[in-house]
Write a protein that binds this ligand. Structure first.
Ligand code: FES
Length: 263
């Protein structure tokens, strides 16, 4: 094992593992992959070996997870990961043009990094902000309702060493800093935490529902999230015919249709 991962990183890995019940430390793999990404800017073969060693699992098991999720990068990532949504909603509203403009300006394509190693470009398939379409993110912070010019403006500020302010949420931090936050270490700098209510585009549907008296039958808006703790609150009801878990402890699947015998 190389010394890329210092004792401080090992301490952090142990702290992540301690969040999980004894014997279930392998559940720490997801944040631990963010941790190694915070050190190297991507999940390298050494990073996978580090996770495997700390968790007592195989490198193949780590690789199976690391290669599944797009937030784990397999190649060195720049300080600034620029993700442009080119999914249908954003694409037709200008996301495709913005991505093309950035690709031409930076001279890189999808999942490629500029020669100086500072900016990685990728196209993304729905960044879950369709109400602000078209959107792009820098290290997962949103820039809403962009067009090609606005996207270029943001990237040029990054090239100049500036940190443009996202449309909402906290101020920008580097990809490695963001990875450390995702591993569970809060950023205590001023402005590092975004606060405030949901924006108007997000609430538009709710406002229309209020205006036209559209409600969900039987729904109590004052119900605490999580219900009453015994699993009987809205959204947490247990169907009377819920199947028992299989003997291997895995979920048994969908509730069988009433009157339908399993063969
Ligand atoms: S389609 Fe772009 S955020 Fe959903």
């Amino acid at each position: 094992m190389s010394d890329i991962f210092t004792e401080e990183t090992r301490d952090r890995a142990r702290a992540i593992m301690a969040r999980y019940p004894a014997g279930r430390e392998r559940s720490a793999l997801l944040p631990m992959l963010h941790l190694v990404q915070s050190v190297q800017g991507y999940v390298s073969p050494e990073g996978m070996a580090f996770c495997a060693e700390m968790l007592g699992i195989t490198k193949a098991q780590v690789a199976a997870v690391a290669t599944f999720y797009t937030m784990y990068k397999r190649r060195p990532t720049g300080d600034w990961l620029v993700s442009v949504c080119t999914n249908t909603m954003c694409g037709v509203l200008g996301g495709d043009k913005a991505y093309k403009a950035l690709s031409e300006h930076l001279g890189v394509g999808h999942d490629e990094t500029t020669e100086d190693g500072t900016i990685t470009l990728e196209h993304a398939e729905c960044l879950a902000a369709c109400d602000y379409a078209p959107v792009m993110t820098v290290n997962y912070e949103f820039f809403d309702r962009i067009d090609a010019d606005r996207a270029l403006d943001v990237v040029k500020q990054l090239e100049n060493g500036e940190r443009p302010q996202p449309s909402r949420g906290p101020r920008l931090c580097t990809f490695k800093e963001a990875s450390l936050q995702l591993a569970g270490w809060a950023d205590d700098r001023d402005g590092a935490v975004g606060e405030g209510p949901a924006g108007e585009p997000t609430l538009a549907g709710n406002r229309l529902a209020e205006r036209f008296g559209v409600t969900v039958a039987g729904f109590d808006p004052n119900t605490p999230i999580g219900g009453n703790g015994n699993g009987s609150g809205p959204g947490h009801s247990v169907p009377p015919t819920a199947p028992k878990p299989a003997s291997d402890g895995k979920p048994a699947g969908d509730t069988p249709a009433v009157g339908k015998e399993s063969k």
